[in-house]
Design a protein around this ligand. Structure first.
Ligand code: ATP
Ligand code: MG
Length: 474
């Protein structure tokens, strides 16, 4: 049971060659984990993992003379870099890019001991049995093994769960999450990216055990969060598991079920945010993140008027402060924090076509496009009757932005028809006034008060210089 010799998966020749080398030396070897799961779904796996009965030392002997890196020796893992020319002639290598070596992780079959820290096994034991190795894995869809020689090994019903679109823990869900709390976020990530439903006992355990996430490093939380957001199933997952995200972004907890009391909104704050995120197809991960977090300031800013309607004045500023603090705690890099915080701060901005150049000048093309993405996501998650008109206005704004870009309009200092040397030539002293004059010229050009022409700008610069305190002090 659980073995199927008839399943045949398409695997690259060089990965097959690694399996064969191990088998030829008398060691059983299988593809395992995500590579089997993805290949069964007909998708190209992002990485190739092999599990083998060989101990790490035996693996090193089999691949003596080749590049075998000790990438996780305490857990029995080494990474073999397979050079295309190492694979025998006649076995066409489906390349990993243009002739670059393909990294293949080789891990000895193992069982994990106890997990005192709730994250890592205290010790691992090598085992000769693939089923033991599969039993330590997190979810049934990740607990299958395959070899061209032996076929599919599927002791926990992963193939059936893939077919019925179900994410299920291997063994007792609570216990598996208690062993390693990162599995809580891995579950949400796989459910979102593979668009799987979550089995009821795993679902219950995810809610029950969510506080264990406090043991997981902020870097790992950040990584899993960012990987789940583009998933096809993200809306379903986040609507159900907002309480899990609230463990590391506590303000999410206040938005769950928070009634906006507004004719503009059909959804509570969290559902609105999740729908806004799910509505956009932009490739930019920071736009998704900004949409997820854009209304975190609302619960704190809510005022209900005498008619019972909710108002949220200033929520974008409060939200930006919360977001900055939470993203720093999750160890996002400074630039990402700046970008997302600014998007949250500006998500209520009125973007009018006549101000397209000014917005371009203020934010730059990339960030303005991100802001447009945020506005579009936000608009589409409002009451249906408001969406069409507001989206049409956003189209007009974006057209004005594109037209300004296509026309090569001046939107930054480098595009001005005068530069620093010109200012020196008319006698401006180097110093703060220099930048002030260039900024002022740029503002005049962006606002269409002056044409971007050298002579016009030089005379304006002269006037500005003569009026400056620095000139008058000379
Ligand atoms: P992807 O590579 O797309 O993230 P994956 O399933 O390959 O998905 P990896 O992190 O590469 O995930 O791990 C490879 C395999 O190792 C998994 O499929 C799973 O069987 C096992 N695994 C990884 N992390 C854990 C964990 N925290 N607990 C239990 N098993 C795990
Ligand atoms: Mg993987």
């Amino acid at each position: 049971m659980g073995f199927s010799a008839s399943t045949v998966l398409n695997i690259p020749a060089d990965v097959g060659w690694v399996l064969e080398r191990l088998e030829d030396s008398g060691q059983v070897a299988y593809l395992v984990g995500g590579s089997v799961r993805d290949a069964l779904c007909g998708e190209e796996p992002s990485d190739w993992d092999i599990a083998t009965a060989a101990t790490p030392e035996q693996t090193a002997t089999v691949f003596a003379g080749q590049r075998l890196l000790p990438t996780g020796l305490q857990y029995g893992t080494q990474t073999l870099l397979v050079e295309p020319d190492e694979v025998p002639m006649g076995q066409a290598v489906s390349s990993c890019g243009s002739g670059r070596p393909r990294p293949v992780q080789i891990t000895s079959f193992r069982t994990d001991g106890s997990y005192a820290d709730g994250r890592h096994p205290d010790k691992v034991c090598f085992s000769g049995d693939i089923v033991h190795d599969l039993a330590r894995r997190d979810f049934t869809v990740n607990a299958m093994a395959y070899s061209p020689r032996w076929g599919l090994v599927d002791p926990f019903g992963g193939q059936c769960d893939l077919a019925t679109r179900c994410l299920r823990a291997v063994g007792d869900a609570d216990q598996r999450l208690q062993e390693d709390a990162l599995r809580i976020l891995r579950a949400l990530r796989f459910a979102a990216t593979l668009d799987l439903g979550i089995d009821p006992s795993l679902a219950k355990a995810l809610h029950n055990e969510r506080q264990l996430l406090k043991r997981v490093s902020p870097e790992r939380i950040q990584c899993e969060l960012m990987r789940m957001l583009p998933g096809r199933g993200i809306q379903t997952v986040l609507l159900e598991y907002g309480d899990v995200l609230a463990v590391f972004i506590p303000e999410v907890g206040d938005t769950l079920g928070f009634d906006q009391r507004s004719p503009w909104h059909s959804y509570d704050v969290w559902e609105h945010s999740v729908r806004a995120l799910a509505a956009i197809s932009t490739g930019d991960p920071l736009v998704r993140l900004a949409l997820l977090l854009h209304d975190l300031g609302k619960p704190r800013c809510c005022k209900v008027d005498s008619t019972g309607r909710g108002h949220f004045k200033g929520h974008e500023q409060v939200g930006a402060e919360i977001v900055e603090q939470r993203l720093r705690a999750l160890r996002f890099d400074n630039e990402s924090v700046r970008i997302v915080t600014e998007l949250v701060f500006l998500h209520m901005a009125q973007l009018k076509p006549e101000a397209a150049k000014r917005w371009l000048s203020r934010l730059g093309e990339v960030q303005l496009k991100r802001l447009i993405g945020v506005k579009r996501g936000d608009i589409s998650a409002h009451s249906e009757e408001t969406v069409e008109g507001r989206m049409a206005r956003m189209d007009m704004f974006e057209q004005a932005v594109d037209a300004a870009l296509a026309a090569g309009e001046c939107i930054n200092r480098c595009q001005l028809a005068v530069n620093g040397n010109d200012l020196l030539a008319i006698g401006v002293f180097p110093g703060p006034v220099f930048r002030q004059i260039l900024d002022s010229l740029l503002q005049s050009v962006v606002d269409d008060r002056l044409p971007n022409e050298r002579e016009v700008l030089l005379s304006e610069a002269r006037l500005l210089w003569l009026a400056s305190p620095q000139y008058r002090g000379t």
